[in-house]
Design a binder for this molecule. Structure first.
Ligand SMILES: Nc1ncnc2c1ncn2[C@@H]1O[C@H](COP(=O)(O)OP(=O)(O)OP(=O)(O)O)[C@@H](O)[C@H]1O
Length: 222
């Protein structure tokens, strides 16, 4: 579980989109599980976009949203098979949304919507899950549920990469932190990345760093 952190405009979303092949890159290379990101390999990467990138008024059911995860394997025209339906149902059960399969996506709470998009990635049989600010605008309880779910998925062998502004959460729950400001400032265990020097290098004056009982706490400002 990797938390991608850094100031506004630091390139967190851009990194995720470059990994997905949604934006071009001028330098560097993307490898997924050690391979060039051709279509077959990209299928192993599931994406949960930022909430504001989704049209929540689109009249589509939860089941149909999750079925979209099968499109890369199915193509647009082929009818879903029994296995596709089973994968969708299984993914909805994993994220605790099976009872809402027939609901419209727009009717759900923010946390539930995030879990449905996570189910879409699971139905795709993705091994790597990329989530762009999954807990922004989601209440505290739902945030816990999402992070607990991500932890369970990690225990099942998934790689989870999450962009977030919640630095405390990264120190408490993630194996690694990727500190980004246009370039990688630091990458490693959160304890090693969350030093005043490295955080200052990435955030400059936008971050107030305080020491609470020997622990570094960072508060993002503006
Ligand atoms: N390494 C980079 N090369 C070129 N453009 C970049 C790079 N990093 C960021 N940008 C540009 O900066 C802008 C903001 O980047 P992005 O939205 O990815 O930042 P972010 O860290 O996700 O910010 P926020 O926390 O506000 O969501 C984008 O227009 C993007 O094109």
């Amino acid at each position: 579980m990797v938390g991608v952190i850094g100031p506004n405009g630091g390139g967190k979303s851009t990194l995720v989109k470059a990994l997905l092949g949604l934006v071009p890159y001028e330098a560097g290379e993307v490898e997924i599980l050690g391979r060039k990101p051709r279509r077959r390999v990209r299928r192993l990467v599931g994406y949960v976009p930022q909430r504001e990138e989704v049209d929540w008024n689109f009249p589509v059911s939860v089941f149909d949203v999750v079925m979209m995860g099968r499109v890369p394997a199915l193509g647009l025209l082929r009818q879903p098979s029994r296995r596709d339906r089973e994968l969708v149902t299984g993914a909805l059960e994993t994220v605790g949304m099976a009872d809402h399969a027939e609901a419209r996506i727009g009717e759900l709470s923010g946390g539930q919507q995030q879990r449905v998009f996570l189910a879409r990635a699971l139905a795709q049989e993705a091994e790597i899950l990329l989530l762009d600010e999954p807990v922004s605008g989601v209440d505290a309880l739902a945030q816990h549920e999402i992070f607990d779910l991500l932890r369970r998925l990690q225990d099942r062998g998934k790689t989870v990469l999450v962009t977030t502004h919640d630095l405390t959460c990264v120190t408490e729950r993630f194996n690694a932190a990727l500190l980004l400001n246009r370039r990688v400032v630091a990458y490693g265990p959160p304890d090693e990345v969350f030093t005043p020097e490295l955080l200052n290098a990435a955030y400059g004056s936008h971050l107030r760093i305080i020491d609470v009982g020997g622990r570094t706490v960072a508060i993002e400002e503006g």
